[in-house]
Write a protein that binds this ligand. Structure first.
Ligand code: DAH
Length: 349
């Protein structure tokens, strides 16, 4: 009678295993047979009603069914796991004969590249590359450059003030001249350039930007004259635009230099014949410069009887526009990788 029960369960199990096709069905089957109220588990309960002498045989018979189930379960589980793994491997297979996906690559900013070129040629002449704050004190941006409060020259610079009248966004990199001289304490000769951002209240268009970059230069030593400035500028522009470029100085006016000059280079495009780049003049203006004003030296602790110097300020974007034939300033400040790529390729041609 009790054995009949075992056989019934076994037959049922043999039927059930025919329709197990995935791991979920397999686990459900385990619950059905080996769970707390599973069919095989319940067979064990029957043992109580079996006479002692038959219990062993009965137990063995139940165990056989259990082993049968476990063997089936283990084999099937392994089979399903292998199938899943194979499917995964198949879907992840790499076809090494396929063409590789193109990786988009950026290129160095052309403005940075130009600045680095100027840095290189200046460092070769013994200049240090220094930095200064973009939020600057009025004292350094104007006063110690010989531009006192109320001076009309201030108006031309359309300065952004940050706080009251004392803090501003530097309108030029020239305040770094003052900071460097103060560090030199009136006794150390100076050779420095400072490339950096400057700010002026300007509407942005193709040739104006509220933020632009200058490359400031300052040399302070004994017996420095305008001819030293001319030689230095000549070396820098020849490096940037080619050995056949000539430099000319035109008289100009800056409060912190005396004499002051406007630096022109011969047009690298038309070689002086006149074209659209040089506006038919054969010359292109690239910098302001001059011999450091005695007041500026004095205010920063250098005795003008003993020391002299020259200074210059290039417009970095202007140099880059000329060098790379760019006619819109905004190119430098957008982040379209295609732009810099084009210039990069042209450079390496
Ligand atoms: N700071 C001037 C400007 O922004 C440019 C300049 C002129 C810099 C003459 C100099 C200099 O160092 O000597 O217009």
């Amino acid at each position: 009678m009790k054995y009949e029960q075992i056989n019934k369960v076994k037959e049922m199990l043999e039927q059930d295993i025919k329709s197990i096709f995935d791991i979920k069905e397999l686990n459900d089957l385990k619950v059905k047979y080996l769970g707390k109220k599973g069919l095989i588990s319940e067979l064990n309960q029957l043992i109580r009603d079996i006479p002692n002498e038959d219990r062993k045989d009965f137990g063995q018979a139940v165990n056989e069914v259990r082993s049968f189930f476990n063997d089936f379960y283990d084999t099937k589980k392994q089979q399903f796991e292998e199938e899943t793994l194979n499917k995964k491997l198949e879907s992840e297979a790499i076809d090494i004969s396929l063409p590789a996906a193109k990786v988009t690559q950026g290129a160095p900013s052309i403005l940075e590249k130009l600045i680095e070129e100027v840095e290189e040629v200046c460092m070769a002449m013994g200049y240090d590359v220094v930095d200064g704050p973009e939020i600057e004190e009025d004292k350094y941006n104007f006063e110690m450059l010989n531009i006192p409060k109320g001076h009309p020259a201030r108006d031309a610079q359309d300065t952004f003030y940050v706080e009251g009248e004392e803090l501003l966004l530097r309108s030029q990199t020239s305040p770094v001249q003052v900071r460097t001289m103060l560090e030199g304490k009136g006794v150390t000769p100076i050779r420095m350039i400072c490339p950096g951002k400057t700010y002026r209240r300007d509407d942005d268009d193709a040739t104006h930007s509220h933020q632009f970059m200058q490359i400031e230069g300052l040399l302070v030593d004994k017996n420095i004259s305008l001819s030293d400035l001319k030689g230095t500028i000549d070396i820098i522009v020849k490096k940037l635009f080619g050995e056949d470029i000539e430099t000319r100085f035109r008289p100009s006016y800056y409060q912190f230099t005396e004499p002051s000059v406007e630096v022109d280079i011969s047009c690298f495009n038309c070689k002086g014949k006149g074209c659209s780049i040089c506006k038919k003049t054969g010359w292109i203006t690239v910098a302001g410069a001059g011999v450091v004003h005695p007041n500026v030296l004095r205010m920063s602790g250098y005795d003008p009887k003993e020391w002299s110097g020259f200074a210059f300020g290039f417009g970095a974007e202007r140099l880059a526009m000329l060098k790379y034939d760019i006619n819109d300033l905004r190119v430098f400040y957008n982040t379209d990788l295609r732009e810099s790529k084009i210039f990069d390729r042209e450079e390496s041609l």
